[in-house]
Design a protein around this ligand. Structure first.
Ligand code: CA
Ligand code: CA
Length: 80
């Protein structure tokens, strides 16, 4: 991002915005991974067997969900 004049607040805003998006992207991914873990651990503990079957398919959501999360900050994507 080019700074057009000294102490350009817009340039500073752009820097902070880029950082915020990356934090949001990492945060969303961490939340997604943690919720998956929590669901799997809960299914292991619960006495019924149906949730074990359901949670065994959770990782198949990764190819759908992770690219969506990656779009929160398109700047860091390897390929658009
Ligand atoms: Ca269970
Ligand atoms: Ca990204």
């Amino acid at each position: 991002m080019d700074m057009k004049e000294a102490y350009d607040l817009k340039a500073l805003g752009d820097k902070l915005k880029a950082q915020g998006l990356e934090l949001a992207e990492d945060g969303a991914e961490n939340v997604y991974v943690s919720v998956k873990e929590w669901l799997k651990e809960s299914a292991e503990k619960s006495t019924n067997a149906i949730d074990n079957v359901v949670t065994s398919f959770l990782d198949q959501l990764d190819p759908v969900v992770l690219p969506l999360i990656d779009e929160i900050n398109p700047e860091d994507n390897v390929e658009a």
